[in-house]
Write a protein that binds this ligand. Structure first.
Ligand SMILES: CSCCC(=O)C(=O)COP(=O)(O)O
Ligand SMILES: [Zn+2]
Length: 204
């Protein structure tokens, strides 16, 4: 099996698992997996597809600028530049972006603060934070319609090889070593967001 084929299957499996959770509502979301470092090439979801379906046209190979690396009629995700920024600044191998109700509500509730902090929560260990007083901070950036502007804002928060950034009233992007780690971070974030919303509801 070629490296490209292996990565394709890895990303397709992640996509199927996220689809089971119904995290691609209204064709939202995009996923990427690195295939080569030098020159940078990665697979990214084709734009506007129903990501709940598994087809031979789900992904296309793009270069460091997010342009197709091979001739294709497929259009890369509209948000490919965000994935480019991650692979340029880190050694991450996979990046995932989904829209969920919980991540959108949290992004709106904490958007003015520009971040949400989690402390004393077991699941922050997914991010490698094992100390009792550790704090997981997830930045929240404005949802600029212009993707290069959004990417510029986003880039400032790519400070480690794994991480997460919320885009206000839009969704979350996470990145990690490979599909397994990126999916783990996405699930941990969703758990933390749902927990936070449940607590706030309970306190009312
Ligand atoms: C209908 S979802 C709006 C665009 C978006 O935010 C998204 O995640 C999906 O865009 P893509 O081009 O990757 O399909
Ligand atoms: Zn999106």
């Amino acid at each position: 099996m070629t490296e490209l084929h292996e990565k394709w299957l890895e990303l397709a499996d992640v996509k199927d698992e996220l689809a089971i959770r119904d995290w691609f509502m209204g064709t939202s979301g995009n996923l990427a997996i690195k295939v080569a470092d030098d020159p940078l090439e990665f697979l990214v979801t084709a734009s506007g597809k129903d990501k709940k379906k598994r087809t031979n046209e789900d992904f296309l190979l793009v270069d460091a600028n997010g342009q197709p690396a091979v001739e294709t009629l497929l259009k890369p995700s509209a948000e490919t530049l965000l994935h480019c920024a991650i692979y340029k600044k880190t050694v991450a191998g996979c990046s995932l972006h989904v829209h969920t109700v919980a991540n959108n509500v949290i992004s709106e509730l904490y958007g003015d603060a520009g971040k949400i902090d989690f402390q004393g929560q077991e699941l922050i260990k997914a991010f490698g934070l094992w100390k009792e007083d550790a704090v997981l901070t997830i930045p929240i950036i404005p949802n600029y319609a212009d993707i290069p502007t959004l990417t510029q804002e986003f880039e400032a928060f790519i400070t480690a090889d794994k991480g997460a950034v919320l885009i206000r009233n839009h969704g979350i992007t996470v990145w990690g070593r490979d599909g397994f780690e990126a999916k783990k971070l996405l699930e941990a974030c969703e758990f933390l967001f749902q927990y936070q919303l449940a607590v706030q509801l309970h306190l009312k």
